[in-house]
Design a protein around this ligand. Structure first.
Ligand code: GLY
Ligand code: MN
Ligand code: MN
Length: 454
């Protein structure tokens, strides 16, 4: 796109840009995320309003947030989930419908998007933004109303009367920072009785189940990452630096539309195959070692998460293959034990897939001291995947239709410089069937060796 200054200030051009960014729906340009139809986000806002039974006020991330210098602006996950908008510094208000009670009149469902005033100087650095003065803003964003940010205090005030006024918002917990904390502090000064309730568990509960549009985006993230792993199969060789593999993979999924990594790529060989969050990725790979490659891209805000373990020289030793087969067997056993609406990925109760995998590992193979291998499976079996690689989810809900999660057993034996993890992404379809989203990427040891050496 040609962002010349003359065009930048033309109202017509801006309308064209926002039509391109927002209205075209499925069409993806190099600068825009692929967005679901406005109605999908609207459904989520209405569902949240029902859960919260009060006013929800949530702020977007801002362009001044620290990590933007390193990775560029990325919208807050929850704000994106409810709006599909990448506007920095925006806010949204959602209020459920309420019946008349006492003096209070009945209230209809309300949703308002607040946009910060445009700053044309800033836009020279960060690109054109949508302003509330644009008459098309409701149509473009799908919000019933779009207002300037300056209107927010008055609009919020309409909902916070009464003896114990509460706003559902992103309350910072455990030292996390929240884009909503600072902007809402002023409301507290206006009304000392105001309390803030954490809206995150309610949004997490909604995010637990993916809709069809989300599934399409996750599948694109997975497909691009599968292609990157295929490229890694070919590029892993003795004397190649781990970083070369990480760089190649980022190129491969970037070429397929991913805007960034879904998490810091892990390419760890030899001893570092046993280090779970190794991300230096700077060792020269040696013949006779294995390399754990846990790397995947993010497509239009949706993550994928895939791990393969490869023999650096293209052939597993007998011992490496023994451990590899046990990890693969544990993954297969967990997938085979899956029962929709019953299984859990965490815990060690009777329905836990973690327990299935752990029991399998303990029942197969031994370490160099004749001990069972379960103690070398040192992390959980999996997690939900969505807007975040470790997605906000209600883990108390058993795995069921619409859920996306990883199954990723691993065995890490530092004494043998031998770590093996195999990680795939799974989806439960409407009939409760478990679908392996990353199934196009082989994990059988013969197939892996064949692909590396052919
Ligand atoms: N790549 C992060 C994880 O597997 O959970
Ligand atoms: Mn994972
Ligand atoms: Mn992973």
């Amino acid at each position: 796109m040609d962002y010349t200054m003359g065009k930048l200030h033309s109202a017509f051009f801006l309308t064209a840009v926002f039509a391109g960014l927002f209205i075209s729906g499925a069409a993806k340009s190099s600068s825009a995320l692929e967005r679901q139809p406005n109605s999908d986000y609207h459904v989520r806002r209405e569902a949240l309003a029902k859960k919260a039974a009060g006013v929800v006020v949530l702020f977007a991330a801002t362009e001044n947030d620290g990590p933007n210098d390193l990775y560029g602006f990325r919208q807050d996950d929850n704000f994106y989930y409810l709006s599909g908008l990448s506007e920095p510094g925006a806010a949204l208000l959602i209020a459920s419908a309420a019946e008349a009670k006492g003096d209070a009149p009945a209230r209809a469902y309300t949703e308002i998007l607040f946009l910060p005033p445009r700053n044309l100087t800033q836009e020279k650095w960060t690109g054109p933004k949508l302003g509330a003065e644009n008459a098309e803003a409701p149509k473009i964003t799908g919000f019933d109303r779009v207002e300037d940010m300056g209107r927010l205090p008055d609009e919020v005030a309409k909902y916070v009367g009464g003896a114990r006024p509460a706003i559902y918002t992103d309350v910072s917990t455990h030292g996390e920072t929240s884009p909503s904390a600072a902007p809402l502090a002023f409301l507290k000064r206006l009304n000392a009785y105001l309390s803030f309730q954490d809206v995150k568990p309610m949004i997490s509960s909604l995010r637990t189940t993916k809709d069809a549009g989300e599934m399409a985006l996750i599948q694109k993230a997975v497909d691009a990452s599968v292609a990157a792993h295929f490229a890694a199969f070919k590029a892993v060789k003795p004397n190649v630096n781990e970083r070369e593999i990480s760089a190649l993979m980022q190129y491969e999924w970037g070429k397929r539309g991913c805007e960034r990594v879904a998490y810091a790529p892990i390419v760890g060989s030899g001893y570092y195959s046993t280090v779970l969050h190794y991300s230096d990725d700077d060792n020269v790979m040696k013949s006779g070692d294995v390399v754990v490659i846990d790397a995947a891209g993010e497509y239009s805000m949706y993550a994928s998460d895939i791990t393969r373990t490869l023999p650096v020289n293209g052939h597993f030793t007998a011992r490496q293959r023994e451990i590899y087969d046990i990890v693969l067997g544990a993954q297969s056993a967990a997938a085979a034990a899956f029962v929709s609406g019953k299984s859990t990925i965490r815990g060690d109760g009777p329905d836990s897939l973690y327990k299935v995998a752990k029991d399998y590992i303990n029942a197969h193979g031994k370490d160099l001291h004749g001990e069972p291998l379960g103690k070398y499976f040192i992390h959980g079996l999996g997690h939900s995947v969505g807007l975040n690689v470790h997605d906000a989810t209600d883990y108390s809900v058993p795995l069921g239709p619409g859920q996306v999660f990883t199954i990723e057993p691993g065995i890490y034996i530092p004494e043998e410089n031998l770590g093996v993890r195999i990680e795939d992404d799974y989806y439960v379809d409407a009939n409760g069937k478990l679908i392996k989203l990353s199934g196009a990427l082989p994990s059988g040891p013969d197939e892996v060796e064949r692909l590396m050496t052919k």
